[in-house]
Design a protein around this ligand. Structure first.
Ligand code: EPU
Length: 337
């Protein structure tokens, strides 16, 4: 088993914070988890890192960390209409998307270029450009650290919501996801409803887009708005888009007609956190090592040489300011350690 002692977590978080881990254990197969269970490992506190793309490290980590790197792409079932593919939790998400695009398996092309690994995708039900993981999700396998048994979860059991699932709620800290099975369509199903995609395709004079055209358009849009973590530390959207009472949204809209409102139910609506942050004057804000991305107000960035606590401080200030100005609470999407 690959275990490193007193090692830097710099390579394992896309914000690029250099904190120390007392012990980092790389998990490359399911049997390792069983061995750890048999040795009583799960009786003491520990943590799990997957792609490290939704993680803010504010301190050195004393508890042992499991770095999930279980590989594997296995086609489990195929009909004329769909394929079921099981992906090891450690597979890179974007590489998976490209694999599906190449094979004409429809369903995740709108989620091109999302950083991270497959195993973390169900935890917050990742999504972009009109598609969410739940739309293509078939099932997953997870190790129950209390019983030492592997369990299967279907769509319903995962209780997916907007950037939410069972694994962020009741299941939190109780399971380690080892593989995820996706159900992808072999019949062309293109979703370009999301405004930005349409525009990107129109600009390229594409009227009948292929799966590759859509993936390329999404990659282009993301590259134009979202910073590349390899160049500028970030964890994508730092906040969730808040779901608020329709009456409050309409009150805000009365003063700000440019506010976009997305219906969630009769009483509830979702509004863009990026809009609230921008209107509060934070877009492009810079202070020593950290700031708010100039092209997307939802993304907090680390210019290098800083500390996670500086991002946390900035995020808290934004939260307070938005609450004071709009009476809306912004919830963090990112996990803080
Ligand atoms: N907007 C602003 N200012 C900005 C950016 C956006 O006012 O600086 C407003 C605009 O009105 C825009 C609206 O916000 O129409 C929505 O913006 P955008 O389409 O860029 O999406 P988002 O709501 O900011 C969400 C996801 C992203 C995902 C995009 C595209 C969340 C928390 N974020 O962002 O996911 O890529 O939609 O589908 O739901 C991530 O989770 O890390 C992530 C990047």
């Amino acid at each position: 088993m690959l275990s490193e002692v007193n090692t830097s977590l710099l390579p394992y978080n896309t914000f690029g914070f250099d904190v120390q881990a007392t012990e980092l254990i790389k998990i490359e197969n399911k049997e390792q988890l069983v061995n750890l269970y048999e040795n009583g490992f799960f009786k003491s506190p520990f943590r799990v890192i997957s792609g490290g793309s939704n993680l803010l490290l504010t301190q050195n980590i004393q508890e042992p960390i499991l770095l999930i790197r279980i590989p594997g792409i296995t086609q489990k079932e195929e009909t004329d209409g769909y394929v079921l593919i099981e992906f090891g939790a450690g597979e890179n998400w974007h590489a998976t998307v490209l694999h599906c695009v190449k094979n004409q398996f429809f369903g995740i092309e709108n989620m091109s270029l999302i950083p991270g690994c497959i195993g973390a995708a169900p935890i917050q039900n990742i999504g972009a450009y009109g598609t969410e993981l739940k739309d293509v999700f078939h099932s997953l396998s997870a190790y129950n650290i209390q019983t030492g048994k592997f369990e299967n979860f279907d769509l319903q059991q995962c209780q997916f919501g907007y950037r939410d699932s069972f694994f962020k709620q009741q299941g939190k800290g109780k399971y380690i996801i080892t593989s995820v099975t996706l159900k992808l369509s072999k019949i062309a199903k293109i979703n370009t409803q999301y405004g930005d995609i349409q525009n990107a395709l129109i600009q390229k004079n594409i009227t009948n887009p292929t799966i590759k055209d859509v993936s390329d358009a999404v990659i282009e849009i993301r590259k134009s708005k979202l910073p590349d973590p390899a160049i500028l530390g970030n964890s994508g959207s730092f906040f969730k888009n808040p779901v608020i009472e329709k009456s409050l949204a309409e009150k805000i809209q009365a003063n700000h007609p440019d506010l976009k409102i997305f219906p969630v139910s009769d009483e509830w609506v979702k509004i863009p956190a990026a809009w609230l942050i921008e209107k509060s004057g934070w877009k492009g804000h810079k202070r020593s090592h950290v700031g708010v991305h100039e092209k997307q107000a939802l993304v907090l960035v680390h210019y290098g040489g800083g500390k996670g606590s500086e991002i946390q401080q900035l995020a808290t200030e934004i939260q307070t300011d938005v609450a004071n100005k709009f009476n809306v609470h912004l919830e963090f999407e990112v996990n803080i350690w």
